[in-house]
Write a protein that binds this ligand. Structure first.
Ligand code: ATP
Ligand code: MG
Length: 272
C-alpha cells in the first residue's frame, strides 16, 4: 500500500520540482468550483475517489483508468481535474488540447509520450487526458481524425507503468458511445462514468443560489419561473449565461429569456 509518507519521500528524493503539482495550473480548469447541484455530482466524484483508492491500494493492478463522458459543457474537465486534485498524488498532469494548439500530430504524440514518461518516474501519478476528441482532431462532419494520436493514446492507456510504479489515467470526452466504441477508446479504459446536463428548473435554482450572483428578491422570481420546468443545458454554459445576465439591469428576466433561447427552456408546457 502506498502511503502519504511515500509521497513525501518521493517529493523530497525522486521528483524534480518541475514535475510536482502546480495547484494553480489545476485550479485553472475548475475556475468556478464544483457546485453540488444534484446528488449525481457526489456520485461521480465518488467514482473518482474509488479509482484513486484502487490505484493506491490494489495488489495486482498498478494501472487504473476512468473515462468521464458527457455532452459538451457538462463539466467533464472540471470533474476530472477535481478528482486529480483530490488524489493528492505527487505527480498530477493535465494533457489538454489547449496547450497544443497548432501542433502537428507527431509533435502532439511526442508531448503526450513525454507526460507519460515523466509520470512513470513518480511512484504514483495521475494523468488527465482532457478532451480526447480534440486531441484526435476529430470533427463530426467528415470522418477525419489523427490515427497517429489515437494509436499513441491506445498504447499508453494499456501500457503498465514500470515495476512498483502506479498510474491513474482520467480521460474526458464528448464523443458518443458509438464513436468511442469504434475508436476502441471505451475499451481501453478500465471504467467510465457520465456527467449529465442540467435538465430541471429546480437544479438551475440550486445552482443560482450557490453561485450567489443574484439578489435574494430575484430568487423568488426565478423559483416562480423555473420550478417544475424542463430544459437542457451544460453547467458551463449555465454559469456563463448567469454571468452575462448579471451585467444587465434586469438580471433575472434576462437570465430567463437567455435560458429560453439557449437552453430549450419550455415555460408553458412541461415536456419530458
Ligand atoms: P467542454 O465540453 O467544452 O470540454 P466540459 O464538459 O469540460 O466542457 P468544463 O470545462 O469542466 O466543462 O466546465 C465546467 C465549469 O463549471 C467549470 O468552470 C467548473 O468550475 C464549473 N462547475 C461548477 N459546478 C460544477 C459541477 N458540479 N461539475 C462540473 N463543473 C462544475
Ligand atoms: Mg472540457
Amino acid at each position: 500500500k502506498v502511503t502519504r509518507a511515500d509521497f513525501q519521500f518521493a517529493l523530497e528524493h525522486d521528483i524534480k520540482p518541475a514535475f510536482g503539482i502546480s495547484e494553480k495550473e489545476l485550479d485553472f480548469y475548475v475556475r468556478n468550483g464544483i457546485i453540488h447541484w444534484s446528488p449525481r455530482i457526489q456520485g461521480i466524484l465518488s467514482r473518482g475517489k474509488l479509482a484513486v483508492q484502487q490505484t493506491q491500494e490494489s495488489a495486482h493492478n498498478y494501472l487504473i483508468s476512468l473515462l468521464i463522458k458527457g455532452a459538451p459543457g457538462s463539466g467533464k474537465t472540471a470533474l476530472a481535474v477535481q478528482m486529480a486534485k483530490d488524489s493528492a498524488f505527487p505527480f498530477v498532469k493535465v494533457i489538454s488540447p489547449e496547450n497544443m494548439i497548432g501542433y502537428h500530430e507527431s509533435a502532439k504524440c511526442q508531448m503526450i509520450k513525454k507526460v507519460f514518461e515523466d509520470a512513470y518516474k513518480s511512484p504514483i501519478s495521475c494523468i488527465v487526458i482532457d478532451d480526447i476528441e480534440s486531441l484526435l482532431d476529430y470533427v463530426s462532419i467528415g470522418p477525419r481524425f489523427s490515427n497517429l494520436v489515437l494509436q499513441a493514446l491506445l498504447v499508453l492507456l494499456r501500457k503498465q507503468p514500470p515495476a512498483r510504479h502506479r498510474l491513474l489515467i482520467l480521460g474526458t470526452t464528448s464523443l458518443s458511445n458509438e464513436t468511442l466504441a469504434s475508436f476502441g477508446i471505451e475499451n481501453a479504459f478500465s471504467s467510465s462514468v457520465t456527467a449529465h446536463s442540467v435538465t430541471e428548473g429546480s437544479e438551475v435554482i440550486e445552482i443560482i443560489k450557490q453561485i450567489n450572483l443574484f439578489e435574494k428578491s430575484d430568487l423568488s422570481y426565478l423559483e416562480k419561473e423555473l420550478e417544475g420546468k424542463k430544459l437542457r443545458i451544460g453547467i458551463k454554459k449555465l454559469i456563463a449565461l448567469s454571468d452575462a445576465a448579471c451585467q444587465s439591469k434586469d438580471a433575472v428576466a434576462d437570465f430567463v429569456s437567455l435560458l429560453k433561447s439557449e437552453a430549450d427552456l419550455k415555460l408553458d408546457l412541461e415536456i419530458q
